[in-house]
Design a protein around this ligand. Structure first.
Ligand code: TYF
Ligand code: FE
Length: 386
């Protein structure tokens, strides 16, 4: 089949001028977390977030050195992996970073070419192209490093129809909590060190062919106490969006510095997950014990009609319900969006989740940054890290 036919099939239209097409990406394939106890993490993600059991690899399937639980909800696949042996390198990763995201895997048409094209442009190798197969076909994977010890694995699965990857067996569980309406990964944000943002912007431009389509500087992103800078990188078809944050000088410690201290360097800070009914999703998540940042003050909600301007008429959601759930609202020229942020999902103040509903808006909620960062600072205050 020719490249053109495949592209049409996958709808790989180019929406960002300037993006290079040497690395066509079909979407996010999976996100792998390294965790201290994968069995219990899997239970948490099923119970609290409504993920469904999909696949498993571990002692019972002949894997001796680690256990991995794969969960799914709509288009999202997450893998929770823990080491089983004393000398596993995953231990070293956990000791340094705590629980966190190791792999942001990207679905590609050709994992060998993805590897060659990115290595040629300066990527550091994590995994040479490797073919894995079982009775359901074969998968080719390859991988490169991005910031810190985080990696991108390219997954080519066009000749595979198993549940996840060769080496995993289907996981059928009697415990299946209802989904909470999580649909797909909207973006994944990385925190990098002082003066490193532009290095990683250049990495996504030169090595991955992405474009920088939005930037926020410390004049736009600041509170009385702290500041940060952020640049949003996107691939050509807009399916993969990776904002990158760098701390900036403020009167007190920035949340980005707090992350870098506790994570022991750069890494993934938050994963934004899309829903098309944020009121239902957030109500469900709260009833299952997911903790969110505290609400902005009432004055924030009073200012929404003004902030939304022409988009206010479009807004279907009830403002008092939005305020009760502590959801935030912002608009840009294309529409509005609703978003909310969880507290960190492990003891270290590192990874957290965002729930986002886009009603046309393509931005990241810049109008909410101040209120959001003030909520984060209230948490930092409690942790003694501000
Ligand atoms: O992804 C974003 O840009 C928004 C806002 O530390 C944001 O979700 C930016 C920086 C940050 C937390 C949230
Ligand atoms: Fe975000």
């Amino acid at each position: 089949m020719s490249k053109e036919v495949k592209s049409v099939e996958y709808g790989l239209e180019k929406i960002f001028e300037g993006a290079q097409d040497f690395l066509p990406l079909l979407g996010t394939d999976y996100v792998e977390f390294y965790v201290g106890n994968a069995k219990q993490s899997a239970h948490y993600y099923k119970t609290a977030f409504g993920y469904q059991s999909l696949a498993y690899a571990g002692l019972e399937t002949g894997v001796r050195d680690k256990a991995s639980y794969v969960l799914k909800q709509d288009k999202i696949r997450i893998v929770l992996t823990t080491p089983l042996t004393q000398d596993s390198p995953i231990h070293a990763h956990l000791q340094k970073h705590g629980d966190g995201v190791k792999v942001a895997a990207l679905w590609v048409e050709d994992a060998r070419s993805a590897y060659e094209e990115t290595i040629k442009r300066g990527a550091r190798s994590f995994m040479e192209p490797t073919v894995e197969s079982d009775e359901f076909g074969e998968v080719v994977r390859s991988g490169i490093y991005t910031y810190g010890e985080t990696v991108h694995i390219f997954v080519e699965r066009k000749n595979y129809n198993g549940v996840f990857l060769p080496g995993y067996k289907e996981w059928k569980s009697d415990y299946n909590p209802e989904p909470t309406g999580l649909k797909y990964i909207d973006h994944m944000v990385g925190n990098v060190g002082w003066n490193e943002m532009n290095t990683w912007v250049k990495f996504y431009e030169d090595v991955m062919g992405f474009v920088n389509f939005l930037s926020f500087d410390d004049k736009q992103i600041n509170t009385e106490y702290s500041a940060l800078m952020s640049k949003v990188m996107s691939n050509g078809n807009g399916r993969i969006k990776f904002p990158i944050n760098e701390p900036a000088e403020g009167k007190k410690k920035s949340q980005i510095e707090e992350y870098l201290d506790f994570y022991g360097g750069p890494g993934i800070q938050h994963i934004a997950i899309a829903t098309d009914d944020i009121i239902k999703t957030v109500s469900d998540l709260k009833s299952r014990g997911v903790e969110f940042l505290s609400a902005p003050p009432h004055t924030y909600y009073q200012a929404i009609p003004e902030r939304l301007g022409v988009h206010m008429d479009m807004m279907k959601e009830d403002l008092s319900e939005i305020e009760k759930l502590a959801i935030m609202v912002d608009a840009d020229e294309d529409g509005y969006l609703l978003q909310i942020f969880t507290k960190p999902v492990q003891d270290r103040p590192t990874l957290f989740f965002e729930i986002i509903q886009r009603m046309g808006a393509k931005g990241f909620g810049a109008g909410n940054f101040k209120a959001l960062f003030e909520s984060i600072e209230r948490e930092q205050e409690l942790r003694g890290t501000l």
